[in-house]
Design a protein around this ligand. Structure first.
Ligand SMILES: [Zn+2]
Length: 363
């Protein structure tokens, strides 16, 4: 009773004189079952109930900084076997200190749990759908659509900045790079360019989107851009390996990105001479067979140069694979398995100096 009286008296004494600017509009941040108060880190999950198929649960961490500021969401593992990005995001959770953070960070390291557990690349094995091609999702759809609807509502809509992390899939021997997605809206384009330079990966793929075309807004980044958010996409990792070097690129890059937003202090090393690259061309397999690369990821090559060869299943050579254009090998197939339509190599055109101005892509 005495305690209650004391707290009532304290309230009466404090409330009327609380200055308006001291009122925190977001004393707690809730994402799914995770609720963090200012200065706290909380763990929980986005629970997706069973519907037309099985349900799932996506674990999430919320780091609600002691001081108010921007909300940044990091999502990885849409491709559940891109391990480097998934592991990097778990390390980022422990790296961030909520007591010293300005603003808030939402981290979803593993979106595609079934892909991870069953080691099925590219798609959600539950419904065979890609988990970065179906935004904004659908609560009445199959598991992928229901997961993405939940991410759209609880993660993307909450955030000012959305970071989509990828890691070079099981079959991709990939050179690390980031994306600068441009929309033609100056404020968005300059903000995301700044994030790409701050993050620190030296190769930056420039891609122009037309947000009036629904095909451009089905990825996480395209969807977030269509809502007026700032986005950033990075990719490091290759062939199912989790190397300390590539994991650090994504963890340190994320800290750099948060520092550039003045949410934490971290010695940044922005890219001074970025390798700007543009439109890519890929070679796809015509059918089954075994592929053997003869160039390395990141190699600079000219159109027509051999990048590898194909054999049948008794080792007889059935053909060469050649570069479809001049440029940089952004990734090349890291395993022998081929099937019709599988990407064998992606070659990205190199810009001489700065990239050209935004040009609305033709539909
Ligand atoms: Zn990916």
């Amino acid at each position: 009773m005495r305690a209650l009286l004391a707290s009532l008296l304290a309230l009466a004494a404090v409330s009327p004189v609380l200055p308006a600017q001291a009122v925190d509009s977001l004393p707690a941040l809730t994402v799914g079952s995770a609720t963090a108060h200012r200065g706290e880190r909380a763990y929980g999950a986005l629970v997706i109930p069973a519907g037309v198929d099985s349900g799932t649960s996506i674990q999430v961490a919320v780091i609600h900084g002691a001081a108010p500021g921007p909300i940044v969401a990091f999502v990885s593992g849409a491709h559940g076997t891109e391990y480097t990005s998934i592991v990097a995001m778990t390390r980022l959770i422990e790296r961030l200190n909520p007591a010293q953070l300005r603003g808030s960070v939402i981290i979803v390291p593993l979106l595609n749990v079934a892909s991870f557990e069953q080691m099925v690349p590219h798609v959600n094995p539950v419904d065979r759908k890609g988990m970065n091609t179906q935004y904004p999702g659908d609560v009445t759809g199959t598991q992928t659509a229901r997961v993405l609807a939940s991410v759209a509502q609880h993660v993307v809509r909450m955030a000012d900045v959305v970071v989509d992390m990828h890691g070079g899939d099981l079959d991709e021997d990939l050179r690390p790079y980031s994306y600068w997605f441009r929309t033609g809206v100056d404020s968005q384009d300059s903000a995301s360019r700044k994030l790409a330079l701050a993050f620190g990966l030296d190769m930056i793929i420039v891609r122009d989107l037309d947000l009036t075309n629904p095909a451009s807004t089905r990825s996480l980044s395209g969807y977030a851009l269509s809502l007026g958010k700032i986005t950033f996409v990075a990719e490091a990792g290759h062939s199912g390996l989790v190397t300390a070097e590539e994991t650090a690129m994504l963890v340190e890059g994320s800290a750099n990105l948060l520092s550039s937003l003045k949410m934490m202090t971290h010695p940044m090393k922005p890219v001074v001479h970025p390798l700007w690259v543009g439109p890519d061309e890929r070679v796809r397999a015509e059918g089954g067979g075994m592929f053997f690369a003869t160039v390395k990821r990141g190699a600079s090559i000219t159109k027509g140069a051999r990048v590898g060869f194909i054999t049948d299943y008794v080792g007889r050579r059935t053909g060469d694979v050649v570069a479809p254009q001049d440029g940089v090998v952004s990734f090349i197939r890291g395993v022998p398995s081929l099937s019709k339509g599988a990407t064998i190599v992606t070659v990205t055109k190199r810009y001489e100096g700065a990239p050209p101005a935004y040009a609305k892509p033709k539909p």
